[in-house]
Design a protein around this ligand. Structure first.
Ligand code: DC
Length: 220
């Protein structure tokens, strides 16, 4: 099996770029952020205080999380329910960021991620794929862009959704999230030593897809 690990900060376009590249190369694409988001959703829905170790353990023990594919796209099944339509809210984003710092949560999701890579040619994106989940991945890419560019892209998305927000506020959030992600104790966001760094600040979507494809095809 061939595995590609793509890590990087939020807003670098990891998931959309990975999904497109995977489709073109005939690999499956796994967005691991969706797993953290799904666990965050179940904690919210069950009103579980994730700071309480006992309650969290109980919740994890009664949670079944699976990955499936619907029309070629990844879906997460939470106790059998497809939750993809529920995990992109701001509330779930914040809860996922919080829950992803907890070691019990990270180890709960580790085997699932590794098993998928054992059985499929995969492009897996996240924060710690090249460093922790798949340290022996065939290709490791750290996909990034300047904070300003990522904030600009996010700002445009929000404007399109008619959300009223100042660019500076979006930029501040990006910088704050970068700091949190790269300074947490467990599995912090950082490039694996053997990763190829791809900076998409000056690239459009198609150029980014081609840049990633080139890196992978060199190793195929
Ligand atoms: O990529 P995303 O925004 O969907 O990720 C949601 C949260 O999960 C984010 O705060 C970081 C965390 N995450 C993580 O800690 N490790 C991963 N491999 C993927 C996501």
């Amino acid at each position: 099996m061939f595995s590609v690990a793509i890590d990087g900060p939020s807003g670098a376009g990891k998931s959309s770029i990975s999904k497109t590249v995977a489709k073109q190369l005939g690999f499956i694409h796994i967005d691991t952020g969706a797993l953290y988001r799904s666990l965050a959703l179940t904690a919210i829905e069950n009103d579980v205080n994730t700071d309480n170790e006992i309650s969290l353990k109980k919740l994890l023990n009664s949670t079944k999380i699976e990955i499936t594919f619907i029309n070629g796209s990844q879906a997460v099944l939470l106790n059998g329910e497809n939750v993809m339509g529920k995990i992109r809210t701001e509330e779930v984003s914040m809860a996922a960021s919080k829950i992803s710092k907890i070691p019990m949560v990270r180890s709960f999701l580790l085997d699932l991620q590794r098993e998928i890579a054992c059985r499929n040619n995969v492009i897996m994106d996240g924060r710690d794929i090249g460093t922790v989940v798949l340290p022996n991945a065939d290709v490791k890419i750290f996909l990034t862009a300047s904070a300003e560019k990522r904030a600009e892209r996010r700002y445009k998305e929000l404007l399109e959704k008619n959300e009223k927000i100042e660019y500076n506020v979006v930029l501040e959030d990006v910088v704050k999230r970068d700091y949190q992600d790269s300074h947490r104790e467990i599995a912090p966001l950082k490039p694996a030593e053997d990763s190829v760094i791809v900076d998409t600040s000056e690239m459009d979507f198609e150029q980014s897809v081609n840049a990633i494809k080139r890196v992978i095809e060199e190793k195929l």
